[in-house]
Design a protein around this ligand. Sequence first.
Ligand code: NDP
Ligand code: 2IT
Length: 445
Amino acid sequence: MDLNKILNDLEAKHPGENEYLQAVREVLESIEDVVNENPHFSTAGIIERLVEPDRVLTFKIPWMDDEGNVHVNLGYRVQFNNAIGPYKGGLRFHPSVNLSILKFLGFEQIFKNALTTLPMGGGKGGSDFNPKGKSDAEIMRFCQGFMLELVHIIGPDTDVPAGDIGVGGKEIGYLYGMYKKLAREHTGVLTGKGLNWGGSLIRPEATGFGAVYFAQEMLATKGESFKGKTVAVSGFGNVAWGAASKVTELGGKVVTISGPDGYIHDPEGISGDKIDYLLELRASNMDVVEPYAEEFPEATFFAGKRPWEVKVDVALPCATQNELDENDARNLVENGCICVAEGANMPSTPEAVHTLQNNKILFGPGKAVNAGGVATSGLEMTQNAMKLAWTTEEVDAKLHHIMKSIHEACVKNGTQADGYIDYVKGANVAGFLKVANAMLDQGLI
Ligand code: NDP
Ligand code: 2IT
């Protein structure tokens, strides 16, 4: 495989799609050896076929705010690859959303979903709509407008969206209501649904819980555990919340959370009532973490800074892409951090990943670490298809088992000659082999 030619061609075709090109480069670098050892992948053009989405739908969403002003946002659904199952992946509503970001997320989702052991292809969608500061009525009207277009290309066996940044239970409810009305059916077309109408127990917690289960396996390879460890978490959304709760349950202490405005350092630990307070803050559509420091005087707010300067044992970036750079990685290494596990998608820059790996720090990439969210979405689809609901214990046990199996796949495909586990390589190779072999089986389509 001529890696540079493929990447150069892709860059020429999609100039400026930096996040997408970053994600593709990382995967191709990891699988280069496997592809060279198996020339039939190249003969069948698997790489060229894998790096381009099957199709992309773009549309506009005109909507009216509470004052009667008209707004127009852009909407997208990237259906990337359905070799092993229906397209599956979240919807992101955030002003930064563009095609490059959704293509990077959709591409990552292919391999992540393959790792879960469940039959799900990869996709992603969203809009540059900003839910922050909007009333519930405005969010509802927007979601309804979004679904008026999305309905044409999704279905329980075709494409099954879910949440991501800016899309939680409330948005999924409004989206589902409109889908149900338009399609005249009540099926598992979205995941992350409410518990009374087809949702799965544990889905809200699943990404954070799964990330911590995975990090627990990583630590165990060094004879370590979360007990007594200090942990830096970034973000304070869905993923950060689940991760902070599980770390606390396992005897660790989460000492940071963050927002786009800065981070909070609470040396006494963010748990119990403090997590409840954060949930209230979030539900009120506030976009800052600063009030936490006013509520809990033992905490300090650092404006415009990121939590990676705090001395911790474990770091869990759970906010957004490229939020941990080379300098942050160096800080973590110098401060004695032993494990970085990505709750978010691609939060570490390539330079940061190299710095952590060169220093032999345990480093888990998002597509392995945060796969518990989509895995539990897959479990929600199974329950919907069976028209049954499993208990919390059943879903949690299945999630835990899946995270352990993803860890095993990474160890199997990523262990280096010196014993260091390259989880990036392990995850990419394991995910790639499953999807590439399925594509080979199904012919040139
Ligand atoms: P939420 O919307 O619940 O929370 C996102 C968090 O990241 C918030 O704290 C948000 O702060 C912060 N954030 C968002 N954009 C930026 C930005 N540009 N700069 C700095 N901070 C930002 O989203 P989730 O918790 O669901 O998602 C977090 C990450 O986890 C994302 O990378 C997502 O793709 C990934 N993920 C999510 C899964 C899920 O099931 N939800 C599954 C797997 C991965 P604020 O709201 O104040 O902007
Ligand atoms: O990035 C992700 O894996 C998600 N946002 C969850 C996708 C899903 O379909 O549950």
